[in-house]
Write a protein that binds this ligand. Sequence first.
Ligand code: NAP
Length: 334
Amino acid sequence: MSAQVSREIRLKARPTGLPTKDDFELASVELKAPAEGEVQVRNLWMSVDPYMRARMIDRPSYAPPFQLGQPLQGAAVGEVVASRYPAFKSGDIVRSMFGWRESFNAPAKVIEKIDLRGLPMQTFLGAAGGPGLAAYVGLLKIAELKDGDVVFVSAASGAVGSIVCQIAKIKGHTVIASTGGTDKCVYLEELGVDHIIDYKATKDIPAALRNAAPHGIDVYFDNVGGAHLEAAIEVARPFARFALCGMISQYNGETPAGPRNILLAVSKSLTLKGFVINDHFQLMGELANQIAVWFAAGKLKARESVAEGIDSAPEAFLKLFSGDKIGKMLVRLG
Ligand code: NAP
């Protein structure tokens, strides 16, 4: 097998504030034939995710920081093109953490073969992947959703939020969803959400939330933090449960902000519980089975925004912060 060229995106500079395209660089590497125990994979899809912003900072966290001059990492789905490991063969569809590059060699043991279950392969980066797991675990295990709960979700038209909305609707709940922009509000209507808040069109998120939930909310699924979290605390019913999934409004800030009304968590006996999907990977198979059933029954949609080609990956990543996309943001590489 002759050596091939693979293009990859490297971290050129550690961003301060909102990242820019100048923080990334495109490079080419020569890929040799895989060694004994390795597979060679041609990536077909890669994911861009908000947590990658935190990995651009040089500090310890649950995932190690990206290194300057090195390719970024993240979830990707691809096709095995050469294998020197018996359990893999050419044509197998696999998921890995070797995103941000066109092709790679890696030990077979760190690659996961996917049973597609009738789903499009890129769904394994969205509804049947990390974002879907965050929605599933956050709503059902962390917030312990129960009958009659009124659920509030922020970043509701995104990868995680849109699955939260749909699971909550499938289970018969009243759902209040916040997003920024008319086209995304229309999408949330299509998903059957009961009350939609366009946070970019309102100056007063608590008032909009109170209007949607005059008797308060029981569950808040937080993707955004900041003003949304404060509004949820203000409008929460006593004993409401908060699944703290992410706080994207804070990721580019130098100084952490709020919630300024955290004292209400005491008087209302609120439960605020953070979580990271890495602690729940054992549920990935259960999630994929459930998503496949809902998908086949037409109960769940997995909308995508797709950028084309490895060189478009930095711009796709930046769209997570501008909100210039609907559903799961993906980059098609194949
Ligand atoms: P996403 O929602 O598809 O994309 C990000 C969205 O965030 C944007 O579309 C935008 O929504 C919103 N946003 C960006 N800046 C904002 C701001 N300043 N104020 C309000 N909204 C803002 O991304 P995702 O992958 O589904 O992730 C959503 C959240 O879940 C993130 O916080 C992420 O870190 C978290 N997450 C956590 C875990 C975990 O293990 N805990 C796993 C996956 C994801 P609009 O378009 O509505 O403006």
